[in-house]
Design a protein. Structure first.
Length: 352
């Protein structure tokens, strides 16, 4: 009877904790992420992080002080993608989301809206910068299957790339640097990753290995070699050697889909953070295929909703180590010093 009473008491306590968390989150914990986009931004010489989601506001935060510094309230839509782009040395923040409009914000002028780029039909899921003819342009993509490249200086549409209906929706974009120049990678609903010549709009290479939608892409480079990481609904992270046009590594990051990938610099190591349906966020060495550690393998993070990560980015401080920012279903972002979190010496590096 005593054992049964103890078990019942523990079960009741767990139920009460879960109910408290759900009530505190006003249903967001159950149905949709609080934050789905995050990126590094520069404001007044300070390195901050911008993050946003379904609440139609963009928050700016100091990752060192662990506090918000500003809130932009003029977005009329649910935001799914954020990206910083520089125009003549001036940093702008691009946002995209449910209404299909790509907006440019001047953070140096208190978040003033400087341009609204229209043309997409339906959700914008992805944004990234891409180098074309020596200039940084802005690429956007989403539900309509079109990849659009914009000149942020005047809002002009430079090129539209038709990804084709067979690939489905485009969920991810990423710039990839190769010995022959810069390519634009896109991840699609049919599980393919396509690399494009941004200047011509022609496909250069198609990578087929994922069996369901590709949610996220990331370039990882240690200075000597660059790999393209891809992942999504199938939960498998694949590392591609674009120069050799072959897969270098593949590993399962966790227990479910992966929604966020980003490079992490920890000491002299270049690592890859993979976040998705938790618990925890995995850290891998992309050049050896070995798991380096985990972020947030704690019960508090799981119960608060942070076990389900939807966005991750690296923030490089002026002083101190680079920090990793993760965001998801709970009501805030988390800040990680990866070198401290993994707390292990690097393995001997070997070439794939």
């Amino acid at each position: 009877m005593l054992i049964a009473g103890i078990v019942a008491g523990i079960a009741l306590l767990v139920v009460l904790i879960v109910v408290w968390v759900v009530r505190r989150s006003d249903g967001r914990y159950r149905f949709r992420p609080s934050f789905e986009a995050a990126c590094e931004v520069t404001v007044g010489g300070r390195t901050l992080v911008a993050y946003s989601g379904h609440r139609k506001v963009i928050r700016l935060a100091d990752p060192v002080a662990r506090e918000d510094t500003a809130v932009l309230t003029d977005s009329p839509t649910w935001i799914r993608a954020l990206c910083e782009i520089h125009v003549d040395g001036r940093p702008l923040l691009a946002s995209g989301g449910r209404d299909g409009v790509v907006r440019l914000w001047d953070l140096e002028k208190r978040g003033e809206l400087v341009a609204s780029l229209t043309g997409h039909r339906g959700w914008v899921f992805a944004l990234c910068t891409v180098r074309v003819s020596g200039r940084d342009l802005l690429a956007s993509a989403g539900r309509d299957g079109a990849i659009r490249i914009w000149d942020p200086r005047d809002g002009r549409l430079v090129r539209t790339i038709d990804a084709g209906s067979r690939r489905g929706w485009t969920f991810a974009l990423c710039q990839v640097r190769t010995g022959g120049g810069t390519l634009l990678a896109s991840g699609h609903g049919n599980g393919t990753v396509t690399l494009w010549h941004a200047e011509s709009g022609q496909a250069a290479l198609e990578l087929t290995a994922h069996n369901r939608a590709v949610w996220t892409l990331c370039e990882v480079s240690d200075g000597d070699r660059a790999l393209l990481a891809s992942s999504g609904w199938d939960g498998v992270v694949r590392l591609w050697d674009v120069e050799a046009q072959q897969e270098a590594w593949a590993f399962t990051a966790g227990v479910g889909p992966v929604y966020a990938l980003c490079q992490a610099e920890a000491g002299d190591r270049t690592l890859l953070v993979a976040g998705g349906d938790g618990p925890g966020t995995a850290v891998w060495d992309p050049f050896t295929g070995e798991r380096a550690g985990d972020l947030g393998m704690d019960l508090a993070g799981l119960l608060s909703g942070h076990g389900w990560v939807r966005a991750a980015c690296q923030v490089r401080q002026a002083q101190g180590p680079p920090l990793i920012i993760t965001a998801g279903y709970d009501d805030g972002v988390r800040v990680w010093d990866v070198a401290k979190e993994i707390g292990a010496p690097p393995p001997e590096r070997r070439a794939p």
